[in-house]
Design a protein around this ligand. Structure first.
Ligand code: APR
Ligand code: PHB
Length: 389
């Protein structure tokens, strides 16, 4: 087989890139390790920056997102029983769209199918070769047969645990990591959300987040120990703990119900530099991870895809290589700002095991300053709705 861009990974990054390339008449093949159902079974966040929404519109995959997505003009920040609102619209003139990543991925799969795109599932032993030449290729096994795809470029959209990042030689690759000393225990419940907007809550017992997927599907998280496990928590225990961590008036109106999903996610900040090696370009979780506190995971993947799509389009349309030459530099410039914001939100809202009384006082002062100062709220709002590409 031969194609122009071989995309390793059929998550949101790989699928969005593949669909955008298709709109520019650029051929791509997506190689995904798992089945489609497995990929669609993942529960992920669902807060989309306008940059991501614009990319989906440009890719022609926005009809259901625009119909079913919820525009959020602000978010609520709680500290104990106190709560205040960050008004995205008033502060930035912009907003975010709440629409589950699972639905984004589903829409992208359907768009690829409709366009006759090639997405190969259950591909194992996927390996890129000759990345430092102008004739790279990728080998993989599907249905027990070793196959080869010759291509011009390889997009490593294979997530944090994929192999592409390791293709960058150790003497070239720099990795930056911060692992947080807690996780998020999350549940999905077929109950109405506790509020119209998200509630990020800092409480003496730890962080909590009240989020949603639609008018009858809610997503809640509580900070938990890394040694904890979902099976340690009955639904009743989860709801009781959540109620202690959000403002009383929210706890009193909280509608509880059986969880349909319960899991624990670790929190880490991670960045790989550079994000390019020869004809290999890393995108999304393959290159970087953010703690979910700032809702940036999918949105940082989006700006990578934007820069790479622009670069590849210019290469094929005008034989211009500046875009691909500057991909890593441009992508990382925005990634580090998203890492900073996610790290800052995480430090603002969580209880750290080694926190001193003074540290807690500093956190409370930070929250009070954010509550009282328009400039501080503007900084949070501009980062949350998404910095410019
Ligand atoms: N070969 C082929 N596919 C692979 C391989 C491999 N060796 N290793 C991993 N993959 C696939 C995974 O099965 C997954 O479907 O690559 C895909 C990577 O998808 P994601 O991990 O979702 O990463 P990305 O597409 O960059 O999306 C980032 O997903 O995890 C969330 O919080 C993250 O919201 C962010 C978004
Ligand atoms: C979610 O709805 O899963 C969600 C929302 C906002 C976040 C993290 C997760 O910051």
């Amino acid at each position: 087989m031969r194609t122009q861009v071989c995309i390793i990974g059929g998550g949101p990054s790989g699928l969005l890139l593949s669909q955008l390339l298709h709109t520019a008449g650029i051929e791509g093949i997506v190689l995904e390790r798992q089945t489609r159902d497995y990929v669609l079974g993942r529960i992920r966040a669902g807060v989309l920056e306008t940059g991501f929404v614009d990319l989906m519109r440009r890719a022609g995959v926005s009809e259901r997102m625009d119909r079913e997505g919820f525009v959020h003009d602000g978010t609520l920040i709680a500290a104990g029983d106190e709560q205040f609102r960050i008004d995205f619209s008033a502060l930035t003139g912009s907003h975010v769209l709440v629409y589950g990543q699972t639905e984004v991925t589903r829409d992208l799969y359907q768009a690829r199918d409709k366009a006759g795109g090639t997405v190969l599932h259950e591909c194992s032993a996927v390996k890129p070769h000759d990345l430092d030449t102008d004739a790279p290729y990728v080998t993989f096994i599907q249905d027990g047969t070793v196959q080869r795809i010759d291509c011009d470029f390889v997009a490593g959209c294979d997530g944090f645990h994929g192999p592409c990042r390791q293709e960058i030689p150790l003497d070239v690759r720099r990795e930056y990591e911060k692992v947080y000393p807690f996780g998020w225990l999350g549940i999905l419940s077929e109950t109405p959300p506790v509020d119209q907007e998200l509630i990020y809550s800092n409480s003496d017992r730890g962080f909590a987040l009240c989020s949603m997927r639609n008018a009858n599907l809610s997503r809640y998280y509580i900070q938990c120990s890394l040694s904890d496990a979902p099976e340690n928590w009955t639904d009743d225990a989860f709801w009781a703990e959540l109620k202690t961590r959000i403002p009383t008036e929210a706890a009193e109106r909280l509608v509880i119900g059986p969880s349909i999903e319960k899991s624990i996610a670790p929190l880490r900040s991670f960045v790989t530099e550079p994000m390019r090696w020869g004809r290999l370009f890393l995108c999304g979780d393959a290159a970087h991870i953010v703690p979910p506190t700032g809702a940036k995971g999918l949105n940082t993947a989006a700006s990578d895809i934007h820069y790479l799509f622009e670069g590849l389009s210019a290469f094929y349309a005008d034989n211009e290589d500046e875009g691909i030459e500057k991909y890593s530099e441009k992508a990382l410039a925005r990634i580090w700002k998203a890492e900073r914001f996610s790290w800052w939100m995480t430090n603002l809202l969580h209880r750290f095991p080694d926190q001193s009384e003074f540290d807690i006082k500093m956190q409370k002062a930070d929250l009070a300053f954010l509550r009282d100062n328009a400039a501080a709220q503007q900084v949070l709002a501009e980062n949350y709705v998404g910095l410019p590409y």
